[in-house]
Ligand binder design. Structure first.
Ligand SMILES: *Cc1c(COP(=O)(O)O)cnc(C)c1O
Length: 493
C-alpha cells in the first residue's frame, strides 16, 4: 500500500489557512498581544460601552463568503476592544483578579495548536502524564502530603461540584449513584455545612447534585468572618436529631468578601469525629500559601478530603485552570466512572484515564500552562510576586487605618482590604451606604482603577484587591490618591 501521499499544502485544499498565511498573521497577532500588554495600563480599565453596543457593531447574519484575515484582525480594535474590561490592567483591583502572563499565553496557543483531547491516556499520553507531573509539582509547592491526588478542571465551581459529588458517593450504605436521590433512595435528606461567607458555587453544586438549597446549612461566623466551629457542632447535632444526614463540610481559606480564613484544623477535627467529607475552598487564598511564611493558612488541610486552588486567579494563568486535590480519588472515580466499550483500551489497568474522574469526557491540554508558568517564573519567582502583593495589600490597609475619613471593616489576612469612607459626624448607615456606592462608581469612572464592593452586616463595603501580575506599589498609591480625591469632591458637592 502506498501511504506516501503528498501531504504538502493540504491546508489550502481543505480550505484551512496555508502555512505561510498562518505564520504571517500569527506573528502579527503575537505582535499585537505584546503591544497590548505593554500599553494596557494607559487604557481605561473598565469598559464603558452600554448594553447592546457591541452587538450593534456586529453583522446579524454569518458571512457567506470567505473573509480575509486582514479584515478579521481589523475588527479586534474596532469591535472587540471597546467592550473589553482589562483584567490585565495594573489598576484592576476588583473581585479576585485573574491576569495572564507571557508563558501562559504561549502555552494556551500551543494547546490550541496541538488540539489534543486528554480524555484517555491513549488519546495523548503527554497530556495525562504532564498533568500528573505538574500537579505533583504544585502539590510539593504547597507542601501537601504525598497522598493528595490531583486533577485539573476548568473552574473552582466545577472542582467544588466534584468534591460534593465525591462526598455524596462517600456516604456509607447509600447507593445514590444507582438510585438517585428521588424515589428509590432510602437515605435521609442530606445536609452540607459551610459558613455564611461561603462562595455561591457551593450552593450551585448542591443545586446541581440534587442536594438542594435547603441541604446547605450556613454556619455563623465570628467578628473576623470565620466559621465558628462550636456552631458547626451544634448544627450537626441538631440536624441529626431532626432526621437530616450530615455528609460534607466546606471550609474556606480566603472567603470572597473579606478573604477570612476558616479554622480548618478545628473544623477537620469535627469532620473526622462525625465522618464527614471536608472540602477546603482555597480558590483564591491557596496561592498565598505558596509563600512559606503564609503556609499556615492551610494548617489542618492534611486532614481534609479535598482542596481546590485556582492558578487562574493569582498565579498568572489565563482562564481557565483550577486544581482539585483529593485524598480519595477512588471515591471520585467510583462516583463518575462509566466506561463504554468504545472507550476501553488495552492499557487501562496501567494508566490513569482522567475521564473517569468527572462529568466531562473531553479535556483540554491545560497542564501546558502550568508547565510553562512554573518553569518560566520558577517557584521563587512566583513566591516573590505573591509576597509583594501581600506587602502592598497590607500597606494599603495601613493607609486606610491612618486616615480619619476612612475605616476598615475586616481584617486583612491576605491582600484584600474591605473599607469605606466614614466622615466624622456622618453616622446614618443609609447615608454612608449611598456615599460609598457613589464613591466607588466615581473612582471607577476615572478609568484608572476598578474596584468592587460587598455587603458586610448590611454595610456597603468597598474591596480593593492586590493580586494582578502587573500591579505594583505605585499603582496602588495612585488608586489611593484617586479614592481620596473622589471622596473630597463628592463631599464638596
Ligand atoms: C473565585 C472563587 C470561586 C469560584 O471560582 P471559579 O473558578 O470562577 O468557579 C469559588 N470559591 C472562592 C473562595 C473563590 O474565590
Amino acid at each position: 500500500m502506498d501511504i506516501n501521499l503528498k501531504i504538502n499544502n493540504t491546508a489550502a485544499r481543505t480550505g484551512d489557512m496555508p502555512a505561510e498565511e498562518f505564520k504571517k498573521y500569527g506573528y502579527k497577532l503575537i505582535d499585537w498581544i505584546a503591544e497590548y500588554l505593554t500599553g494596557v495600563q494607559s487604557m481605561p480599565v473598565l469598559s464603558n460601552v452600554k448594553p447592546g453596543d457591541i452587538k450593534n457593531m456586529l453583522p446579524q447574519h454569518p458571512p457567506e463568503r470567505s473573509e480575509s484575515m486582514e479584515n478579521i484582525l481589523q475588527d479586534i480594535n474596532r469591535v472587540i476592544m471597546p467592550g473589553i474590561t482589562h483584567w490585565n490592567h495594573p489598576g484592576f483591583m476588583a473581585y479576585f483578579n485573574s491576569t495572564s502572563s507571557g508563558p501562559g499565553i504561549l502555552a494556551e496557543l500551543l494547546s490550541a495548536g496541538l488540539n489534543v483531547n486528554g480524555m484517555l491516556w491513549k488519546t495523548s499520553p503527554s497530556s495525562t502524564e504532564l498533568e500528573q507531573v505538574t500537579l505533583d509539582w504544585f502539590r510539593q509547592m504547597l507542601k501537601l502530603d504525598k497522598d493528595f491526588w490531583g486533577i485539573i478542571y476548568d473552574t473552582a465551581s466545577v472542582s467544588t461540584m466534584h468534591a460534593i459529588a465525591a462526598a455524596r458517593e462517600n456516604i456509607s450504605g447509600s447507593d445514590i449513584r444507582m438510585k438517585g436521590l428521588v424515589g428509590g433512595s432510602e437515605v435521609n435528606r442530606l445536609r452540607l455545612y459551610a459558613s455564611e461567607q461561603v462562595h455561591s458555587s457551593i450552593e450551585k453544586g448542591a443545586i446541581t447534585l440534587g442536594i438542594g438549597l435547603e441541604g446547605v446549612r450556613k454556619i455563623p461566623v465570628d467578628n473576623e468572618f470565620k466559621m465558628i466551629p462550636s456552631k458547626l457542632e451544634e448544627a450537626i447535632e441538631e440536624d441529626k436529631k431532626n432526621g437530616w444526614l450530615p455528609f460534607c463540610v466546606v471550609a474556606t481559606v480566603g472567603t470572597t468578601s473579606t478573604t477570612s480564613i476558616d479554622p480548618v484544623d478545628e473544623i477537620a477535627g469535627i469532620c473526622l469525629r462525625e465522618k464527614l467529607w471536608l472540602h477546603v475552598d482555597a480558590a483564591h487564598g491557596g496561592i498565598a500559601a505558596l509563600v512559606p511564611e503564609m503556609r499556615h493558612i492551610l494548617n489542618g488541610v492534611e486532614k481534609a478530603d479535598s482542596l481546590v486552588v485556582n492558578p487562574h486567579k493569582w498565579m498568572f494563568t489565563p482562564v481557565d485552570l483550577s486544581i482539585f486535590f483529593t485524598k480519595k480519588p477512588q471515591v471520585l472515580k467510583q462516583a463518575f466512572s462509566l466506561i463504554p466499550e468504545y472507550l476501553k483500551t488495552s492499557v487501562d489497568s496501567e494508566v490513569e484515564n482522567y475521564m473517569d474522574y468527572g462529568v466531562q469526557l473531553g479535556r483540554r491540554f491545560r497542564s501546558l500552562k502550568l508547565w510553562f508558568i512554573i518553569r518560566y517564573f520558577g517557584t521563587d519567582g512566583i513566591i516573590e510576586r505573591v509576597r509583594e502583593h501581600l506587602r502592598i495589600g497590607k500597606l494599603f490597609a495601613s493607609w486606610i487605618d491612618e486616615h480619619p475619613m476612612f475605616e476598615r471593616l475586616a481584617p486583612v489576612p491576605l491582600s484584600t482590604t474591605c473599607f469605606r469612607a466614614h466622615p466624622a459626624g456622618m453616622d446614618d448607615e443609609e447615608t454612608l451606604n449611598t456615599l460609598n456606592e457613589r464613591l466607588m462608581d466615581y473612582v471607577n469612572s476615572t478609568g484608572k482603577v476598578f474596584i468592587t464592593h460587598t455587603k458586610l452586616s448590611g454595610k456597603f463595603v468597598i474591596r480593593l484587591v492586590v493580586s494582578g501580575l502587573r500591579t505594583e506599589e505605585r499603582h496602588v498609591r495612585l488608586a489611593w490618591e484617586i479614592i481620596q480625591q473622589c471622596l473630597a469632591e463628592l463631599l464638596r458637592k
